[in-house]
Design a protein around this ligand. Structure first.
Ligand code: ZN
Length: 114
């Protein structure tokens, strides 16, 4: 990966982290505890509890992705960054743009998935 690609990737990661931050704040808002005495009907309360757990899962997922992206941003200047941790071949730039947190090439990732 050359410096130009590295800059593009760094900007892309920063933009993704900024978007995730907004998502995380929205999910946090949606996962606030539901007051037991809130004047909502029983069905509405059950719906609220149901969507709360969905939003909690989405929140955890977004936070996990943000952590991995922040790590990728930190590691960007490492000589090993962008190399597959299994076969040590360069991970294609397009794959890094789609998944900056990936540390496996497509082939090794598919092998691990099976
Ligand atoms: Zn590989």
């Amino acid at each position: 990966m050359d410096d130009k690609q590295k800059n593009i990737l760094a900007r892309h990661i920063r933009e993704t982290i900024a978007a995730l931050k907004e998502d995380i704040e929205a999910y946090r808002e949606l996962t606030k505890p539901i007051a037991p005495d809130a004047a909502i009907g029983r069905l509405t309360r059950m719906e609220a509890i149901g969507s709360k757990s969905i939003n909690e899962a989405a929140l955890r997922k977004a936070e996990g992705k943000r952590t991995r992206l922040e790590r990728a941003l930190r590691d960007l200047d490492d000589p090993d960054f962008g190399l597959c941790r299994e076969c040590e071949e360069p991970i294609p730039f397009a794959r890094l743009m789609a998944m900056p947190e990936s540390d496996l090439c497509v082939r090794c990732a598919e092998e691990q998935a099976h």
